[in-house]
Structure formats: C-alpha cells, structure tokens
Design a protein around this ligand. Structure first.
Ligand code: MG
Length: 252
C-alpha cells in the first residue's frame, strides 16, 4: 500500500515537472561546428510520389480540419506557410520512406532563438497540433538557441552533427531516410523509429534512434501507431513565414 502511494506521488510530481518546464529538455552545448555546404538540389526520380511540384496543394490537407483545403499560399512555383491556417499534412499515409524537400527562410527574417523562421517537417504526424516526430526547420545560420532545437535537430532529442545552414534568402534542402517505429499487437514498442538526414547534401543525422515523439515539454514516450501522414509546421511566432518547393517521397 505504502509502495503504491509512493509510486503515485513520484509519478504525479514528474508529470507536473514535465508539464511545467520546457527548459528541462534543452541542451546548449557542445555547439555543432559550422560547415559551408556546396550546391545541391535534386529533381524527383521516376519512382517518387511528388508531394509538391509548385502548382497546387492537392496532396495536402489542413491538420485542424481534414475536410478543409491546406490553404497555404501557392505562387511562382513555391508554397508559403499561412500561419492563420495552421499545420498541413499529406492526405496519404506513409511508413518507411526517402523524402526530399526544399525550404527557404525569408531574406528579411527577424526574431531570435526559436522565433526566427521556425517550421518543421514531422516525419509521422500522429495527431493534432505538433504531435509526431519533428526534424526542426529554423534559421540557424547565425542564431543561437538550444542545440537540440536548432535547424536539422531531431527536436529535443539529437542536435545536428554539424551546422550546414545557408543564409536566409537561399534555398536549402533536406534529404531524409525515415524508418517508422513498429509496435507489437499489445501496443508495446517492437522497434523504435530511425532517421538519417542530409541538410544541403551534408550528413546531419546518422541513423539515430528516436526516443519517441518529439515533445516541447517532457520525456518522450512511444504510443502505438501505424502508417501516418507527413506534416509541415506553421509555427506560431511573429517572424515572416518560410516557403517550400520541390517535395517528393519514395516509399521503401
Ligand atoms: Mg519547428
């Protein structure tokens, strides 16, 4: 009886702590070395599913309300985040895949830390809001923040191996190999998710094992799910919205 009481007190105090303090999971050093990337872009190969070809958002829907259009702006071959519309996700679900996307932080970006060009690609969107597994998009060209929240981090889990960011105003690439987590019939974890990421052609995440979904606050913990959409984040900060182009995926 005593033991059960002790356990429940321990659990609730951890939960209170987890709910209250996002700083508890920030890591500030060592700071990833800066690497200047070469020129690298990649057109969709013949077996890819094109998720955005510059023309429309037919492959995407609103996360808030899946009956609604994604609603971000499409013009001049690019899409730009509309923060009033919220996050968007693919209509299709995916398990394991190779993903290519290109993004651009506006040249006139303002703000500091996490409030400077923040977006993100969620490799499996497992629910509303920011639920899922995020590779961070942020202006980290010359912008200090916690290293496990800078661009190309697995948010709050792994800082990038190096900082391969280009200047605001330049197009940048992510090439991602995602292995979805697997779950047993009783919903326990069978094998964790793994991810490899190249930013601008430079390896920044090398087959890392995720601890669970990427959380703003608290310790990650897996919840069973199957194939899931890919999600792009409309982050609620005041800096100018970022843009995307040339997004494609190859199922593995
Ligand atoms: Mg983000």
């Amino acid at each position: 009886m005593k033991k059960i009481f002790f356990l429940s007190v321990l659990l609730s105090s951890q939960q209170i702590f987890a709910q209250g303090d996002p700083k508890a999971t920030e890591v500030w050093s060592p700071v990833p070395k800066v690497v200047t990337p070469g020129k690298y872009f990649a057109d969709a190969p013949s077996d890819a599913i094109v998720l955005f070809d510059g023309k429309n958002l037919d492959q995407w829907e609103s996360v808030k309300d899946s009956t609604k259009e994604a609603g971000w702006k499409v013009a001049g071959g690019i899409m730009t985040v509309d923060k009033t519309k919220g996050n968007i996700r693919t209509k299709r679900n995916f398990m394991d895949y190779q993903l290519h996307l290109e993004y651009r932080i506006p040249k006139n970006i303002t703000g500091t830390g996490q409030a400077r060009g923040n977006s993100g690609v969620f490799l499996a969107s497992t629910g509303q809001g920011d639920a899922g597994y995020e590779i961070q998009i942020l202006d980290s060209y010359n912008n200090e923040t916690y290293v496990n929240g800078q661009a190309a981090s697995v948010y709050k889990q792994y800082p990038p191996l190096v900082n391969a960011c280009k200047k605001p105003g330049e197009w940048q690439t992510y090439d991602i190999v995602w292995t979805a987590p697997r779950f047993n019939e009783d919903k326990s974890l069978k094998s964790p998710a793994r991810v490899t990421v190249f930013q601008n052609g430079v390896l920044v995440q090398n087959n890392v094992e995720l601890k669970g979904p990427t959380l703003y606050i608290g310790t990650p913990k897996y919840t069973a799910h199957g194939a899931s959409p890919i999600k792009l984040q409309a982050h609620g900060d005041d800096s100018a919205p970022i843009s995307f182009r040339n997004i494609w995926v190859r199922e593995l």
